[in-house]
Design a protein. Structure first.
Length: 195
């Protein structure tokens, strides 16, 4: 197990280095390509309630996706994290500019005073962040395990989709029994279906 944890930590460092080498222009072009693929993706177009995320420093930015999701008259659900329980709750966000507040991880989260809870059973598509992915759909996150605990709580009918730069796709993610996968990965170059 210690070997796997070390391999994960090394992979995180390698991916962060790769992503850090991208210029702002390159990053912006890649994000636009990913946005375009997602917004043309049938599972996204058919979804009524979409779980999205607010990006951390090494995740695909989602501001434009949030805007476009609202334009398509979809309901946006965003996660809020509870560090003491290592849990995740989901909240309906009508206005990302007004309904968010800094969360315990330093990332904007829904303000429970302004947002209503969204039952997990109602989520049609879940857009899942991550640091690295492989073509089997395995993901490597930040190491806190929030999404590894959250993904199994989603209904089996909820499509789990990751957004990633092509630089985040690796041959194999070192895994432990608790690690979870996504169904589909949308990159700036392709759509990968879990094999």
């Amino acid at each position: 197990m210690e070997e796997i944890r070390f391999a994960k930590e090394q992979l995180r460092k390698d991916i962060i280095k790769k992503l850090g080498a991208l210029t702002e222009k390159q990053r912006g072009e890649k994000v636009r390509a990913i946005e375009s693929r997602l917004c043309d993706f049938a599972n996204f177009l058919e979804a009524r309630i979409a779980l999205l995320y607010i990006a951390g420093p090494y995740e695909v930015r989602t501001q434009e996706i949030l805007r476009r999701t609202l334009e398509l008259n979809k309901i946006i659900a965003l996660p809020a994290f509870t560090p003491e329980r290592l849990g995740v709750t989901t909240w309906k966000v009508d206005n990302p500019e007004k309904d968010l507040t800094p969360g315990p991880r330093g990332v904007l989260e829904p303000d429970p005073a302004r947002c209503k809870p969204v039952p997990l059973q109602r989520i049609d598509i879940a857009i899942i962040p991550g640091l690295a992915f492989d073509e089997k759909g395995l993901r490597l996150g930040s190491g806190l395990g929030y999404y590894d605990r959250f993904i199994p709580e989603l209904p089996i009918t909820t499509r789990k989709v990751a957004l990633a730069f092509e630089e985040q796709i690796v041959c194999q993610i070192p895994t432990e029994p608790h690690d979870k996968h996504v169904d589909i990965i949308i990159t700036n170059k392709r759509i990968i279906y879990k094999i």
